[in-house]
Design a protein around this ligand. Structure first.
Ligand code: NAP
Ligand code: L37
Length: 281
């Protein structure tokens, strides 16, 4: 049976350290501040944004919430970002994706100051990630890397297979693993023989968004499995992108869903915000 890489526990430990750091900064007259912008009524986004706000309050970060109606124009959103870029109380700006269809996401991400871009989605940070020197690392991939480190997984020379090539998870996590000297294969919906590729991996990182599509039988015995997927099935149940029960019979270590990568995403957002405040963004 695989060891469970407990994201909730790792997140709690790091959040404790962040709270201490926030206290230390406050004693020096600095209160880290995060602006969270939500446009519209996407149900998952509403849940995540309220979790982010609560997490800020728990560690003492000032959380500046902007909940805008779905009818908000692109210009109104860009004007708000402009004000937040100039606001000295704000060290991090997060615009929760997806945005309503009439708003150009790229334009909005481009408008955020790269020095307040705690999500790491601005092209400046994306480019710097590829050459190995971002100002901010995107929160979900960063959380994955911290979990691997905490679990004692050394990546140099390992075969890493990432399934999913989105800009927010698959692509950045692939570059981060490459930076740590892994040999990386990046798979997507047009990949042929996915089972065979996954079967070669020492470390599998699944970010697909399809409930349990990575089968347990594909996993090489002893591999490490990181499941980024968060899929709601039925009314309440959450499952990952990996067939958890069968995969945990073969893997040496695996992340659960819930309680795996999800809590780490929010933790790295807090971490980036505090780092930004320390730099004086
Ligand atoms: P996305 O933008 O929808 O991208 C999904 C990727 O998976 C695409 O690259 C797609 O390929 C690929 N894909 C889809 N079906 C496939 C198949 N049958 N075989 C191989 N590849 C396939 O998703 P995302 O935003 O990266 O999110 C992925 C998952 O992670 C979702 O479950 C999401 O909820 C979760 N997530 C979790 C966190 C967290 O904090 N834990 C954060 C963000 C996202 P193409 O590019 O060819 O279309
Ligand atoms: N930073 N994150 C950032 N920016 C965005 O634009 N969309 C997006 C984003 N995504 C995001 O916040 N995802 C996310 C996913 C899962 C969790 C948190 C954030 C999480 O904590 N999930 C819990 C279960 C929560 C639930 O019950 O729904 C878990 O344990 O996995």
């Amino acid at each position: 049976m695989a060891n469970i890489i407990d994201g909730k526990a790792i997140a709690a430990k790091i959040r404790g350290e962040i709270a201490v750091e926030v206290n230390r900064l406050e004693a020096k007259g600095i209160k880290p501040g995060l602006a969270v912008v939500l446009v519209g009524e996407d149900p998952a986004s509403k849940v995540y944004v309220s979790m982010k706000e609560k997490a800020c309050q728990d560690v003492g970060i000032f959380s500046d919430e902007h909940k805008l109606p779905a009818t908000t124009s692109e210009k109104e959103l860009l004007d708000l970002i402009d004000r937040l870029n100039k606001d000295e109380r704000i060290h991090g700006i997060l615009v929760q994706l997806p945005l309503p269809k009439h708003i150009d996401t790229e334009k909005v991400l481009d408008a955020i100051s790269p020095f307040k871009d705690v999500d790491g989605f601005h092209p400046y940070n994306v480019g710097r990630l590829v050459v190995g020197k971002p100002v901010f690392q995107p929160c979900t991939p960063y959380g994955v890397m911290v979990m691997l480190k905490e679990a004692g997984v050394e990546l140099a020379g390992k075969e890493v297979v990432v399934v999913g090539r989105s800009n927010i998870v698959g692509k950045p996590v692939a570059f981060m693993c490459l930076q740590q000297n892994a040999t990386v294969t990046l798979c997507h919906s047009r990949t042929k023989n996915l089972a065979e590729k996954v079967g070669m991996a020492d470390v599998v990182i699944a970010a697909v968004g399809q409930p349990e599509m990575i089968k347990g039988a594909w996993i090489k015995p002893g591999a490490v499995v990181i499941d980024v997927g968060v899929n709601r099935v039925g009314e309440k149940k959450l499952v990952g992108d990996v067939e958890y029960a069968a995969a945990s019979e073969r893997a040496s270590a695996i992340t659960p869903v819930p309680g795996g990568v999800g809590p780490m995403t929010i933790t790295m957002l807090l971490y980036n915000t505090v780092e930004s405040a320390k730099r004086g963004a």
